[in-house]
Design a protein around this ligand. Structure first.
Ligand SMILES: [Zn+2]
Length: 394
């Protein structure tokens, strides 16, 4: 077995980096042990209607009950959490006399749980903690512990330091960022992702890919993030098409869970124009976050090509491109590879194919410019640049 490859028989592995990670098929069974380690006796289980419908919430309830643990539930998280989700979750936390949180789901449930976590010990409104306005300085390390149980391989929120919400006083996807928001444990059980519909496997997987790619080419020096990001790109390129075509392939699902975590670990370094645009596209057009990234990413790479040629060349190599030697043609190949990947996943090639209206593009560019994500884009971009990119993607 290659040192960097998956074991032939996937098994449960525990790692600290710096989140305690329990990874592997069946890892969910270790949830009660992680709760015990953290002294959590009465959790609020935060999830969304999709996870309930998939029967995963029920499995968690049964597991907790069989371990003799009492818990409260908050199961109404919206696809794109708002301040209302956070307030309702906080009410459930207080009513249940809870001492911690277990979040089960994709990015939405994990983000909502982090917002509830903030409100348990911090004054509202949540907009006070907006990262774009330096709000992280108001966050203190006094919040109850959170255990994350992802049911998608995308946001990597299970090892991330940010919670994202659409807030009425900012009118956009607002990022709340602090090391104190990192879950105390992540239970990454690939079996929980096998029933994900293929279009969601594709969209969430492309979110993980965009995290890795944007972090890798982002401005700034962060060799740890770079190493993790380029490995994540390699994993997505080899395993996302497999997970899409063969949903029950546990090796590919495990690989995607690793890549999702790698994306979130790497984007401590920064993101780029794709995420700035995606953070505007979702509230304005309702487009899924991962899908929004997948559709705008090739146009962003094109915009960055001259400023990040060598980095984009390494991306092409990680995606399996060989036979070319000069960085300029490799960078062009990286863009072609990404287009090819999204086509294989059945994702729309242009924003117009995804139902976005041309009239909305200036507003999208304006909101994207307000988002902090583009500040680390390898080529500086103003509002006019963001508009040109979003027009190219249209
Ligand atoms: Zn993302």
């Amino acid at each position: 077995m290659d040192l960097f490859d998956l074991p032939a028989t996937p098994t449960i592995t525990e790692m600290s980096w710096p989140t305690r990670i329990v990874l592997g098929p069946g890892a969910l069974a270790r949830l009660p042990a992680q709760m015990e380690r953290l002294g959590m006796k009465r959790p609020l289980v935060v999830t969304d209607p999709g996870v309930v419908k998939a029967g995963i919430a029920e499995r968690v309830h049964a597991l907790l009950a069989s371990a003799g643990l009492r818990f409260s539930r908050f199961e109404d998280v919206n696809a794109n959490p708002t301040d209302r989700d956070a307030a309702a979750g906080l009410a459930a936390f207080r009513a249940g006399g809870c001492d911690g949180l277990v979040a089960i789901g994709g990015g939405s449930s994990l983000d909502a749980a982090k917002l509830v976590q903030v409100l348990t010990t911090h004054e509202p409104p949540l907009s006070r903690y907006d990262d774009a306005a330096g709000g992280d300085r108001f966050l203190k390390d006094d919040m109850p512990p959170l255990i994350a149980v992802p049911t998608t391989a995308g946001t990597g929120s299970e090892v991330g330091r940010s919670g994202v919400a659409i807030l009425p006083d900012t009118g956009r996807k607002t990022v709340i960022f602090s090391p104190f928001l990192m879950p105390k444990a992540a239970i990454c059980d690939p079996e929980l992702t096998v029933n994900l519909p293929p279009h969601l496997t594709a969209a969430t997987g492309m979110d993980a890919f965009t995290h890795c790619l944007e972090a890798y080419v982002a401005r700034g020096f962060h060799p740890l993030a770079d190493a993790v990001a380029i490995d994540g790109i390699r994993r997505v390129a080899r395993s996302l098409p497999v997970a899409f075509h063969a949903p029950a392939d546990l090796a590919a699902r495990t690989d995607m869970m690793i890549a999702a975590m790698q994306g979130a670990m790497a984007f401590q370094k920064g993101l780029g124009a794709s995420h700035a645009l995606a953070h505007a596209l979702t509230p304005i057009t309702g487009l899924h976050h991962g899908l929004a990234n997948a559709v705008v990413l090739p146009a962003v790479m094109e915009f960055n090509r001259a400023a990040a040629t060598a980095r984009l060349a390494r991306v092409a190599e990680a995606m399996g491109e060989d036979g070319r030697t000069d960085d300029a043609s490799l960078a062009a190949a990286a863009i072609a590879r990404v287009r090819q990947l999204t086509a294989e996943l059945g994702l729309p090639p242009r924003l117009r194919d995804a139902g976005v209206r041309e009239d909305d593009l200036p507003r999208i560019a304006h909101k994207a410019f307000e988002d902090a994500s583009h500040q680390t884009n390898p080529r500086p971009c103003g509002e006019a640049d963001l508009l040109a990119i979003v027009r190219a993607a249209f």
